[in-house]
Design a protein around this ligand. Structure first.
Ligand code: OOG
Ligand code: NI
Length: 414
């Protein structure tokens, strides 16, 4: 086996990749650059001006088990592991997902960049002929550059990459996330895919899983939402997730609607153009990670707000439902609703690093405006997802518990 010298820390490779991805997406989607400027201004006003760029997450959608498995190996080089299983079928989206992210306290502090990654569920395409066509189209593409695959293999063999290889890997992997206006299918095929589900067309009709949004973090999402509206950005009507609170919990998100962009199908000639709508911009505010008990309460209250009297505005239903969720640190801790860490003599909430299936579904849906609702009956299948991934996903609750226990100087429960 090769004796490796001067291996670069995966946290460093992740930071380089995140910066390169952000720069690429800024060039590809100028509205994203505007969003970053806006978030910087809001963060500065609310006294959280970081010299650094705001941290962020991204999202991609892959088509096959092989693509997902290679993606897991690529992210491992960046120090990111699959955490959690999200079934989006109940929300009318034919995918299931995980979040690739750093898992230790130190790695999260170094750079918390994470990627929500969805896998198409072929079994949810009802039409057998279309299902076969989709499988055939996907089988023809290779979303990774040969250099990227070679460097993944090298990283696995020697336990990491040296500085030059790390840079080469970041550059090669970035290509997988790039936008391609040239579709791999003709316009009739695109239409068939899109008629089955707009997301199916987005996953299947292109050369690769273009990054579909990158989300900076703000400390005041209500201010960010107001700033988006003031700037004339086509923002969603409301913020998803829990209501505004004294002790923020989980994740609150808003976004600008997906852009309609020119693409070219294989049958188009001359100046002919098609259109595709996929990429959008999102902002988020992160709060405390909830324990299983806290999460159960959150889910119950959210369901109560969603099922409530339609005559009452949603924001009001949400606020009244969440009156039952304690909103001071002492009570939250006493009742075992949130994860905390000890820092010096004080305790503070541990930040939620994951995603919310309901919010995620809302985000997907808001970018499928005008589309008929889909009902997918297929059972959730974490086992199938993990078989495709080539490994089990990590349990997010266990990770937060471990970070809490470590800060308290105790051991995490098994
Ligand atoms: C991913 C949507 C999930 C979030 O912030 O909840 C997500 C997608 O649209 O591919 O990014
Ligand atoms: Ni997102």
């Amino acid at each position: 086996m090769t004796v490796a010298h001067n291996l670069v820390d995966p946290d460093t490779i992740r930071a380089r990749f995140c910066a390169a991805l952000s720069a690429m997406y800024r060039r590809e989607v100028p509205l994203y650059a505007d969003l970053l400027t806006l978030v910087d201004a809001v963060n500065a006003r609310t006294g959280h001006a970081d010299a650094d760029e705001p941290e962020r997450h991204g999202a991609i959608r892959v088509g096959t088990a092989a693509e997902l498995a290679m993606m897991a190996r690529a992210f491992a080089v960046l120090g990111m592991e699959p955490v959690g299983y999200y079934d989006l079928a109940p929300a009318g989206v034919p995918v299931h997902s995980t979040a690739f992210r750093p898992v230790t306290d130190a790695a999260l502090a170094a750079n918390p960049f994470r990627v929500f990654c969805s896998l198409l569920r072929l079994d949810l395409i009802a039409d057998a002929a279309l299902r076969e066509e989709v499988a055939a189209i996907l089988a023809r593409r290779q979303i990774f550059r040969p250099e990227a695959i070679a460097l993944i293999t090298r990283a696995e063999a020697q336990g990491g990459l040296d500085d030059a290889d790390a840079d080469a890997f970041v550059a090669a992997l970035l290509e997988t996330f790039r936008w391609h206006a040239e579709a791999t299918v003709d316009s009739a095929t695109y239409r068939r895919l899109s008629d089955a589900h707009r997301l199916i067309a987005d996953i299947v009709a292109f050369k690769g899983p273009h990054i579909n949004h990158l989300t900076p973090r703000t400390h005041d999402i209500d201010a960010a939402q107001a700033a988006m509206e003031a700037a004339g950005i086509d923002a969603k009507a409301m913020i998803e997730g829990p209501p505004a609170r004294t002790v923020p919990v989980l994740l609150r998100q808003t976004s600008f609607r997906a852009l309609t962009e020119p693409v070219r199908f294989t049958d188009q000639t001359g100046d002919e153009q098609g259109r595709h709508t996929a990429r959008f911009g999102e902002i988020e505010q992160r709060g405390a990670a909830l324990t299983r008990k806290g999460r159960a309460l959150y889910d119950a209250l959210l369901a109560q707000a969603l099922d409530g009297d339609r005559g009452v505005p949603y924001a009001q239903r949400l606020a009244s439902a969440f009156a039952a969720f304690p909103d001071d640190l002492a009570t939250l801790v006493e009742q075992g609703l949130i994860h905390v860490r000890r820092r010096g003599d004080a305790i503070e909430p541990i930040v939620y690093e994951d995603f919310l299936p309901v919010s995620a579904a809302g985000i997907f849906q808001s970018n499928l405006a005008g589309e008929a609702r889909h009902d997918y009956a297929g059972a959730s299948s974490q086992a199938e997802f993990e078989a495709a991934l080539g490994r089990a996903v990590r349990d997010p609750f266990a990770l937060y518990a471990a970070i809490e226990a470590e800060s308290m100087g105790t051991h995490a429960p098994a």
